[in-house]
Write a protein that binds this ligand. Sequence first.
Ligand SMILES: Cc1cc2nc3c(=O)[nH]c(=O)nc-3n(C[C@H](O)[C@H](O)[C@H](O)COP(=O)(O)OP(=O)(O)OC[C@H]3O[C@@H](n4cnc5c(N)ncnc54)[C@H](O)[C@@H]3O)c2cc1C
Length: 603
Amino acid sequence: MSEVATGGDIERETMGFDVVIVGAGPAGLAAATRLKQLAAEKDKELSVVILEKGSEVGAHILSGAVIDPVGLNKLIPDWRDKDLPLTTKVSEDRFYYLWKTGGFRVPNILMPPLMSNHGCYIGSLGSLCRWLAEQAEGLGVEVYPGFSVVDVIFGSDGAIEGVITGDMGVARDGSHKDNYTPGIAITGKYTLFAEGARGSLSKMLIRKLGLDAESGPQKFGIGLKELWEVPAEKHKLGFVQHTMGWPLEDKTGGGSFLYHFGERLVSVGFVVHLDYANPYLNPFKEFQRAKTHPLIREHLKGGKRIAYGARALTEGGFQAIPRLAFPGGALIGCAAGFMNVPRIKGSHNAMLSGMMAAEAAFAAIDTGRSRDVLKAYPQAVQASVMAKELKKVRNVKPLWSRFGTQLGVMLGGIDMWLNTVFPFLGHTLKHLKPDYATLHKAATEKQVEYEKPDGVLTFATGAFAPGVTVDDALYKMWAIDGGIKWNGFAANGQYFTRWLNDFVADGPLPLTSTFDHGFELTAGHFVVPKKLQLYARGSMVFGEFKNSSEYGGGARWYFLPTERMWLNAELIKVNHAPYGGAFTPYTAGMNGWTPMLQALLAF
Ligand SMILES: Cc1cc2nc3c(=O)[nH]c(=O)nc-3n(C[C@H](O)[C@H](O)[C@H](O)COP(=O)(O)OP(=O)(O)OC[C@H]3O[C@@H](n4cnc5c(N)ncnc54)[C@H](O)[C@@H]3O)c2cc1C
């Protein structure tokens, strides 16, 4: 008898494969490709499926990364001859410690060799995934985007038998709509979980199977990234810059990164370690502030932001890796936490771990085994170049957390050098606390004041990132208004509050809800009775977007005998527009004057 982890006795369609992979990131795609390569080498039949919740492969992967090709070299050694859009080689590599107006560049010679980005490539991780998916499909892997996996099927012996995809046609209140279709059960001899950092099933498995019983607590960061298109004269192909320090306080870990690649593209981003103390700290706003630093601002001047997103990253490193294999399944990639934090790189290790799990699964299936523990996988990990790399940097994050940025970065650097020169050194620092335990009570911490975004270099936490479609949201508004009319004069006032939450989007959003409130006042006078009205209006919005304001004045011409249809001409002064959209002639974040001409019909 089988049971699903979260219960439910629904009859569902079942599909069976040899190996089921959850997640089409670098880990899942490398695992699938390696499985099929091995099957082809040994002339064996092997069915492999990848289920990906994004609408297409790469849809949930943030663009613009520095990629160490070690994983790619191993998986597809001739990738350079295969049209992969990963052509920008790192040409310049800088690391700065920043203060508000300047920074100290750490000479490259002082940086431990493993921190060097030379030999790496800059490109879109999303494009790399799409290309990897094409290679995998070319070998016969079945890749199904648009399928979110929501549950795990356990056999009566506790072994994992497969997974269940999400039901379709479920209303917000949980009831079934007419088009309701139950999710499909996808079973396999082995299931590889490649969900990336903080995957929902991986978290459930770690908890349910006690996979972290012998490892330290996992640590996390939030990473925010923007993709910019900059003027040709500003573009320095292959330029890589990392910073730590300002705008974060010394006790808060994190820093910025900036990569020039492709056709006038710059990927700029910011990571905040989630073991910060002050609950008023806002990672998104820290990122916006970081971009105003002269060493970052100069790279973006004259450019325009074309996409952005946010994602979690694992930061616990070697000492936080949970038990990797369990009956019928294994964790691979960032679901297992193979991120190298000081390098801010994980895609190479994701691929290497996927390949190691694939080799263990193939060997097992080849000898007739199924749904047991793939012991060869953790053994291969322990002996791998990946483990060697992660061991060298294992004390860096604990040193940052204990000593703050200035001292922690120095000590971390010394520790990485020691581990490079004397790799046999065995000291491993533990992570002291899980991230949630580091947060202080709001009453004991200072409010953080953030500057208003200018809509050009810095932006408000608008959820509606280019390239990410919000399919659904819950919009609640409460308003009270009143007005008077007398002898051709009219005045009207409205106060409103608005909430937006429960976003359903096809990509990452930097917030889960928005709230704002404000008022609008209008006064007008008919200079030609019932035909031509001159008016003035002003509004302010407070909250998420702070003190956005708008003032306008114009004329309304009621050209029909009814007051239900009119032409409207208005000049508007906008101060940091809180929203943009199809019916407004300006974009979110805009400052300045705008003329507007509208024909309006009122019901
Ligand atoms: C801001 C930031 C900057 C980074 N910069 C770099 C860099 O420069 N270089 C570098 O090498 N690495 C970088 N990384 C890390 C890198 O993104 C990860 O190490 C890498 O993507 C991990 O690969 P993965 O396959 O394990 O997981 P992911 O790439 O996260 O892929 C997981 C996939 O699984 C899908 N998925 C998740 N859950 C489910 C589910 N239940 N059902 C179906 N599908 C699911 C997701 O949609 C996603 O496509 C960065 C990370 C961040 C956040």
